[in-house]
Each structure stands twice: as C-alpha cells, then as structure tokens.
Write a protein that binds this ligand. Structure first.
Ligand SMILES: [Fe+2]
Ligand SMILES: [Fe+2]
Length: 253
C-alpha cells in the first residue's frame, strides 16, 4: 500500500507524461457527433470542478491524521481531473462544439458534493463516479474512429485506474478499525450510492453508452463487477487477487 508521499510522487511524475498527439487532425464523423458529443460536453463540464469542497474535507482529514502529504496528493489529484476537463475542452473546441457552462446532472452532483464535508463520503462518491468514468470513456473510445478522441479517452482511463487505487487505499484506512456490523452498514450505504449513480448516469448518457456498444444489461453488469472489485479492495487492500488486478488493468486500457 502506498503512503501519501508515494502518491505525491506518482501524481507529480504522471502529470509530466504527454500521451496525446495534439498535432493530429480530428476525424470524428457527423454520425458519431450526433451520438456522443452532447454527452461528452456534460462530462467535460463535470471534469472541470475546482475541487474546493474536496480540498476543505481533505484539509480537515489531513489535520486529524497529521498527514499533510495527503493534502498535497489531493491537490495534484484535482489538477489531474482538471487536465481531463481541459483535454476534453480542447477537443470540443477543435470540432467546433461548445463547452457547456451548465448541465442539470452536473448541477445536482455539485450540490451533493457541496454538502459532503467528510472525506469518507467524498472518497466513496469519487471512487464510484470514477468506476463509471472508466466504463464511460471506454465506451466513447469504442463509439468513435477518431484517433485523437481515442487517445484522450485512453489517457483518462490510465489516470482513472490510479485514482481508483488512490481512493480505495484511503477508504481501507478509514474503514479498517470498524466493527463487522459497522462495516456492513458502511458497505450497504456505498451500495445504495452506487445504484443511484448507476441509474443517473444511464439516464443522462445512454445514447453515448449505446453507441459504444453498451445496452443497459452490459452496462450494469460491467458496473457491478467494478463495484465488487472496489469493495474487495477496500476490505483487502493488500491481498494479491490476480484476477481482480487483471480486471483493473484490462479495463484501464
Ligand atoms: Fe477524471
Ligand atoms: Fe479521476
């Protein structure tokens, strides 16, 4: 398991990586645009959050734990999320699509985040959303033949695989001292949150997900597998379950 200092090093070196060839032209077709761009505009907006509330919750937690490197890691994590937003924004600019200023799903999600002042609620929400982000960007990469958009998606997928690990290690640390009963209640709450987010994302983005080859059955079964993986990791962060690690790697590409 990494400590906060390790994560700072990871984020610092990952931010220097340039995995997208911006010199290439966009090759998205009008048909592909009809299927995915409205949805991509909404995700782009979602990736641009300033992360002020997360930072506040992280600061409170870092103080309690006397782990100030965790706050540095969170700052770099927020930067990486903003990079996703900026890359998607640049892509939208290139194809002449607007960057949205408002979206209903985004507004609701921001409201929920505003009231979450506790790092556990934050981290659990983020890890669930990131699990769906992996499904989503893989579907977008499959829904287009534009190499630039595919590279942007793969870059995000690679980052998200690390983000998921960053979050489950922290949730492991937070939930580890709890009793069996308290853990069950905790996971029941995470599960409920997972289903709410699963339905919300499906209704908001089903057109794009379908274009990427996912009907509701495939989408929800992929999502449930991911949730099982995350839950397993939160409970047993150090055990080496080969097949589950493979799943993470497979789905990060
Ligand atoms: Fe992201
Ligand atoms: Fe992320």
């Amino acid at each position: 398991m990494n400590n906060s200092q390790d994560w700072v090093r990871h984020f610092e070196s990952n931010l220097k990586e340039q995995r997208i060839d911006w010199t290439q032209a966009t090759q998205i077709t009008n048909e592909e645009k009809k299927q995915i761009i409205r949805s991509l505009q909404a995700w782009q907006l979602g990736e641009t959050s300033e992360g002020k509330n997360l930072r506040r919750a992280a600061e409170k937690y870092a103080k309690q734990q006397d782990d100030w490197a965790y706050l540095d890691a969170i700052d770099l994590f927020i930067k990486e999320e903003q990079k996703h937003g900026e890359n998607l924004g640049l892509y939208l600019d290139r194809i002449g699509a607007k960057r949205l200023k408002k979206d209903l799903g985004d507004t609701l999600f921001r409201k929920v985040r505003y009231f979450a002042t506790n790092i556990e609620i934050w981290t659990a929400t983020v890890i669930i959303v990131e699990s769906f982000a992996q499904i989503y960007y893989k579907a977008i990469a499959d829904a287009t033949n534009c190499p630039l958009l595919q590279e942007i998606c793969v870059d995000i997928l690679k980052d998200e695989a690390h983000h998921i690990r960053f979050q489950y290690e922290r949730l492991h640390q937070i939930t580890k001292p709890r009793t069996m009963l308290w853990k069950r209640i905790t996971f029941a709450a995470y599960h409920l949150m997972f289903y709410i987010i699963m339905i919300a994302i499906w209704f908001g983005h089903r057109k794009a997900l379908k274009a990427g080859g996912l009907d509701f059955k495939k989408y929800s079964s992929k999502a449930r597998r991911k949730f099982r993986f995350v839950r397993h990791k939160i409970e047993n962060v150090n055990t080496q379950k080969r097949e589950l690690d493979c799943l993470e790697i497979e789905q990060s590409h």
